[in-house]
Design a protein around this ligand. Sequence first.
Ligand code: ADP
Ligand code: MG
Length: 596
Amino acid sequence: MKGKGSPMKAKTATKKPRQAPRAPAPLEAEFIVSEVVPAPVTPPASGLNLGLFLDPKRAISHFLEIGIGKTGATCGSFILINPNTGLLDIEATRGMPLRIRRTKLHLGEGVTGWVATTGKAMRIPDVRKERKYVTVLPKVRSELAVPVEHQGQVLGVINLDSVHLAHFSEEHERAMTGLAAEAAEWLRYGWELTALRAKDQQLNALVQMGRSIVSMTGLDETLSGIVANGARLMKTRVCSLMLLGPDKKELVLRAACGAGLRYQNRPPLRVDESLVGAVVKRKKPCIVFNVETDPRYHEVAMAREEGLVSMLAVPLIFAAEAIGVLNVYTDELHRFSNQEIKLLQTLADLSAVAIERTRLLTRVVDTEESLRQSERLSALGLLAAEVAHEIRNPLTVMQMLFHSLVSSTPMNAAASEDARIIEEKMRHMNRIVDQILSLVRSAEPIKEPVDLGHMIDDIVLLVRHKLHRQGIEIRRDSEAPLPPARVDRAQIEQAILNLVLNAVGAMPEGGALTIGTSMEEAEGESYFSITVRDNGVGMSAEQIDNLFAPFLTTKQHGTGIGLAIVARIMENHSGRIEVESKPKRGTRFRLLLPAG
Ligand code: ADP
Ligand code: MG
């Protein structure tokens, strides 16, 4: 994993803005990507400054000021119910010390709490005689508290205080109730707009992410991209991604954004014993409201040190299999809405596809590398066999001549000792040549019944990503299923693969590759015919003349041995290879294998 910034930096990472999620849960629209273009939102019919009211915070201050102006109150506050914490947050105050703002009230606590839970206004002529009243400012004598309500749901409370006894009249209460209703409407409107803006941003982020993922090639790069986008999209402090290890028993942290060192160095988690393990096993999202206090969360100390509070984890699923988890953590208490869960799950689905795509690409590159390797080895084998063959004949002649020479020549002791050594060395050379030839002979075909159609399916499967990447369309051109052919599976597979890879090499700008199979009759014999056709660069007549000679290549990294091997394999099978080609038009290779 690459370094993801210092823990210090992580601590100052963006805080989740308190905006759309503040709207009470039942009013939230479900997040569906295709539905992000909203139905027009109509602002409440009021002559007030629209620009001012697009921002709920400014609307709140504005309404509080109007309330104080209308009633002649000494001071006041605008309070909202926070659906995340269930607490009453003081959003705006007038005529009160600033520290009051930090006060957190519980629902049902004090006059405000009562108004918030019952949705009823409360007018108190003398606060000293009201049991529910909690003294905040000692000089206050009377109070008016009205609920801010929208369609039967209490969003908050406007509190007005006076230093005079019985300051607020019935008329004041009526006026404030009307004002509160208007404020509620503006709040809903503002929240909805903020939510829509957020959705718009989210959709853009998703689209952007999709784009950037397509351009990533390495797995590490893809994973870092996913978590960076995840944190931005979800507006959370931390986003991390864990993948299942090869034995599927452990989840290993592969990328993290916004996390400190301790988190980044967390050990692998056992799937059977951890919370996120359950996400993988059940393939369902999991929410922990507070990881610092939830007994199901194992690493409380780490969470405290890192300042992680609420967690949402969703599974990464590819082809119905969970391959890992995507987690986000906030740095303050937060209730994840259905919309947020869906959003992260959408991101996770996208990510799983991206991860699998990157893994496949890596595998294709590996396959190509091993193909090239095996082609080189075959080339070496072929070369060794040629050399062995070339040496064996002269060596046999030398041995014969040497024998007659030694037996017809009188020699002293020293010379006959030399002769003995020469003879021994020649025998040694002969043995080496024998061994090489027997090794090559073991490449003699081991024939077994093979379904050529299936074999071609397997080859297509192996190269489909390479073809796709290069814009090559693959076509199968096969008649009725063929009877099994008696061939050496590995050798024929290698021959076809060689032809396919050559065809791919001949179509750098894309094209069509056709692989066909059929039965043919020629000179009273029946043959299996395998055709590999491309519409690539083609070959000149001159090129075709030397095509099967080893080491002839037009490619920068070619070996020029592929077709020589194919020819040798066909020879081993008493078969034939045919070629037709036109420059710029394409090439057709045909392998013919006797069916008898
Ligand atoms: P290599 O692929 O390593 O070059 P091969 O023996 O497989 O070696 O191919 C030899 C040469 O034959 C290639 O370099 C290429 O010039 C030519 N060739 C083979 N197949 C095709 C084809 N389908 N279209 C055009 N040229 C081909
Ligand atoms: Mg080749």
